[in-house]
Design a protein around this ligand. Sequence first.
Ligand code: KG4
Ligand code: ZN
Length: 340
Amino acid sequence: MPQSSTIILGIESSCDDTAAAIIKDGKILANIIANQDIHKAYGGVVPELASRAHQQNIVPVVEAAIKKAGITKEEIRAVAFTNGPGLLGSLIVGSSFSKAFAMGLKIPIIEVNHMHGHVLAHFITEADETANHPKFPFLCLTVSGGHTQIVKITDYFDMEVIGETIDDAAGEAFDKVSKMLQLPYPGGPILDKNAQQGNAVFDFPHPKVEGLNYSFSGLKTSILYFLKKELEKNPLFIEENMNDICASVQKTIVDILLINLKKAIHQTGIKEIAIAGGVSANSELRKRFLELEKEGCKTYIPKFEYCTDNAAMIAITGYYKFLKQDFADQELVPNARMKI
Ligand code: KG4
Ligand code: ZN
């Protein structure tokens, strides 16, 4: 292989997915993820169990990515890894592994902000695909289990958060309401499936928040009281109305997300718009987001596997940092509260 090709190993371990990906000259060769089923029994991510599972998974996941990519580890030019935000114990596993792996191969390490990664997932190109990336400047609604942000992106590393949640994230709202409905964790995808069989017949209030910011904790409380009241009248209310409740909750969350996104489009005049993060896998959000094309917007949605946490988004961010020779020091420590 000519030395001119740039092969980057990406490592993601910020929450409960252990992931490794290989990108060559901006094109994806392998994208491997090990999910951690252990958290299902607890109804949420248990940080200590997550970091232990990362320790067990990281070596096999990296080996699988290298094998799938059909490369040798000596061909890797740099290791990019998530250094925050996330769970500290989980971040430590990925960053320590990356540093040791890079030191052994005498190659540089690249620090990646997980939220940058979600946004730059839009620049991942499949090996057999021609690029169709958003043009700068564009807006990205990044919606995950830990974040809900509207980001204005002027260049690969010039990003400004112009609106964000002041309390819970949208994914957290999906997961917490799912828990009230006794759906298994993580509830978002299951709530989505149920919603597709139901009708949004129940109304829930929208938050009153300044500017382009979001709030989801009031919605969660109002759903809790609504369910309590209905269950007093009919103890089988949830079972009998599961799909309609899910459709109503999903519609409310998506309505809230899109109202501010439309405001941001109007305020900035930017019509290139993208969504990213785990919640962008939501069927209703994807459908309604695409409808913005009718209002003159150009929309971008990452492939399903690049919406939820993955290492391809870390590798592509690492690739662009590699091009500017933006390397990190071995002394770098993880930052659980890293900002964009
Ligand atoms: O980006 P991500 O994989 O991890 C974080 O960085 O948080 O996002 C995970 C979140 C969870 O809250 C999960 O319930 C939600 O994304 N999610 C969904 C769907 N798929 C994943 N929420 C609603 N509908 C979905 N289809
Ligand atoms: Zn994420």
